[in-house]
Design a protein around this ligand. Structure first.
Ligand code: FES
Ligand code: FES
Length: 166
């Protein structure tokens, strides 16, 4: 009897947080499961598993994506950055500090996705309005904070990066 197609595995090569990775992966495995289970990068979280909550947000080829909606095999040849990479490079150090200072996290489950999504907005080089911040983060759910402190933190970092200009 031939093997079921969903049990097939393929070899993929990609760059994850600056390091070249070559792994054999089941074709049905999501990117976030691959990152967590195969590479031990557990900073990306799994919440809804169907593209709603944003906990699994990572960057692929410079764009934020939902790691639960992308298959690992789709990332063959891609450049993937997780919260571990964004953190180690210092790219989001100011956002992380602002979240801590303003109590913009409680359980922290949503936080890696929030930070990655906020960075996606702030990297555009504009100082976003509170409405724009809320809109951009609207696909990232937080069960704890009520969002106000998160918007405060992102707004403060946006203003600080612009040298205090509104
Ligand atoms: S786990 Fe991916 S969007 Fe919720
Ligand atoms: S801090 Fe708990 S889900 Fe956001």
């Amino acid at each position: 009897m031939s093997e079921h197609p969903l049990n097939l595995a393929l070899d993929i090569s990609l760059t994850v947080n600056g390091e070249r990775v070559t792994e054999r992966v089941e074709v049905r495995k999501t990117l976030v499961d691959f990152l967590r289970e195969d590479l031990g990068l557990t900073g990306s979280h799994v919440g809804c598993e169907h593209g709603v909550c944003g906990a699994c947000t990572v960057r692929v080829n410079g764009e934020i994506v939902r790691g639960c909606l992308m298959l690992a095999v789709q990332c063959d040849g891609a450049t993937v950055e997780t919260i571990e990479g964004l953190s180690d490079s210092g790219e989001v150090a100011d956002l992380q500090a602002a979240f801590e200072q303003r109590n913009a996290l409680q359980c922290g489950y949503c936080t890696p996705g929030m930070i990655a999504t906020a960075q996606d907005l702030l990297a555009r080089g504009i100082v976003p309005s509170r409405d724009a911040i809320r809109e951009h983060l609207s696909g990232n759910y937080c069960r704890c904070t009520g969002y106000h402190a998160i918007v405060d933190a992102v707004e403060a970092v946006g203003q600080a990066r612009a040298g205090g200009k509104k």
